[in-house]
Each structure stands twice: as structure tokens, then as C-alpha cells.
Design a protein around this ligand. Structure first.
Ligand code: CA
Length: 235
């Protein structure tokens, strides 16, 4: 039973109906806005759990909506956009969106994104209470206080950069992080050669982390955009 309330921001009535029908069938609660200013107002008055946001809105760019909401809230925002260009996705993610879905999308894809975001919300809420110093995801365990990471019982021998990358990904589990965001956090800059270095460090980290090379379980690549740590189901 889903109790999450979703704010659906979409000016195209047919897409909006597809989304709300899907939400209704899966017992999500929802509110809708056909434009950006209405969305900002609804986000502040109703405090929804997740925002589904179209980028091409009649009164303002969806990216502007993200920036406004981010001035007061960390509520998860999933961008839904017909724009397939990487630059638009990157701008939305760098402005604070959590994930994106490219139109046309399938209902299953939409539901999967909502489940991932819902799980991340639950983790955020439980972490907020417990102030956890240990992160667990499937077989991966990170002891932030000790500065060690493990797969099962086995300690991972990571370089400082690899460890920093792993911590950054784990602290944003379920969320796509752009190349620019990661290099800013790790190196404090985002020149082209930092992004090239990032690819190298990500490759060496994955070699140590992933049980099956070529079929990544923990870190997913979003080509031309960035990386995401997947939430792995407990075995
Ligand atoms: Ca639109």
C-alpha cells in the first residue's frame, strides 16, 4: 500500500492523465499542476513526497521550478522530459533534480523510478533518526567512522579517491550524480581531464566492487550524464 503523495507537473493533458491513472491504480495519492507557478505553490503548501516534473511548461522552464523548490526543500524531484539531449538532463540534475525519465516512457519505467525514490526517502528518513555511521547496501558495507568498506566479510582495498567516490555514491543512493557534480565533490573542479580521471577511477572502483564484471550490481552508468548507486535488495 503506497501512502506517498506525488505532485504531477505536466501541461499535456494526455500525459497527465496517463500518469495520474497509473498512480491511482497503484494507490499513490496525487495532486496536479499544469504549469510551473502552480507547481511551486503546490510544492510549498502541500509538501508532497515526490515531484514528477515536465521540463517544457507553458509559463516557465521546469529547471526554474527545480531551482525555486531547492531554495527551501530537498523533496525528491523526478524530471519527465521529451528532450533527449544530455545537456538538458545534466542541467536539470545539476539544478537539484534526483532522477529523470525520457518521453516516451513506459508505465513500468515510471513505477520503477517511483519505487527507487520511495526507498531512498525511507532510507533518508531512517538515517535522519539514527544518524547512522554504517551504510549497508546488499553485500556492501561502509563504516564511515572507521573509513573502511567491505563486500561481505572481505575488506575492500581502495585508494583514497576510490573510497571518496564510493562514499559520495552511497550518500546519494538511488540518485543519478552528474560527472560535474562528482568531480566538484571529489577534486573541487570539473575540467575535462577531471572527467577523464573520473572514468578511470570509476573503472578501478567497479573492478573491486562488482561481483560480476560487465553486469554491474551497485553502480549504474548513465552514458553522457553520470553515475548512480543502485539500491541492492537484501538477500
Ligand atoms: Ca510540456
Amino acid at each position: 500500500m503506497n501512502k506517498l503523495q506525488i505532485l504531477v507537473v505536466e501541461d499535456d493533458a494526455s500525459v497527465r492523465n496517463l500518469i495520474t491513472t497509473t498512480l491511482k491504480a497503484h494507490e499513490y495519492k496525487y495532486i496536479v499542476s499544469p504549469d510551473g507557478s502552480g507547481a511551486i505553490c503546490q510544492a510549498s503548501t502541500c509538501n508532497p513526497d515526490i515531484v514528477l516534473l515536465d521540463l517544457g511548461l507553458p509559463d516557465m522552464d521546469g529547471v526554474e521550478v527545480i531551482r525555486k523548490i531547492r531554495t527551501w526543500s530537498n523533496m525528491p524531484i523526478i524530471v519527465i522530459s521529451a528532450r533527449s539531449e544530455d545537456a538538458d538532463k545534466i542541467e536539470a540534475l545539476d539544478s537539484g533534480a534526483d532522477d529523470y525519465l525520457t518521453k516516451p516512457f513506459s508505465v513500468e519505467e515510471l513505477l520503477a523510478r517511483l519505487r527507487v525514490t520511495g526507498r531512498r526517502l525511507a532510507i533518508m528518513q531512517s538515517n535522519a533518526g539514527a544518524n547512522e555511521s554504517v551504510f549497508i547496501n546488499g553485500k556492501l558495507k561502509i563504516d564511515y567512522a572507521a573509513g573502511c568498506a567491505y563486500i561481505g566479510e572481505e575488506e575492500l582495498h581502495l585508494t583514497p579517491i576510490e573510497y571518496k567516490l564510493l562514499c559520495l555514491m552511497s550518500q546519494n543512493v538511488g540518485k543519478v550524480l552528474t560527472h560535474t557534480y562528482i568531480t566538484q565533490k571529489v577534486w573541487g573542479s570539473s575540467w575535462d581531464n577531471d572527467i577523464a580521471s573520473l572514468r578511470v577511477f570509476m573503472a578501478t572502483l567497479r573492478k573491486k566492487l562488482e561481483p560480476v564484471p560487465g553486469s554491474p550490481q551497485y553502480i549504474q552508468t548513465h552514458i553522457g550524464v553520470g553515475y548512480r548507486m543502485m539500491k541492492v535488495e537484501q538477500e
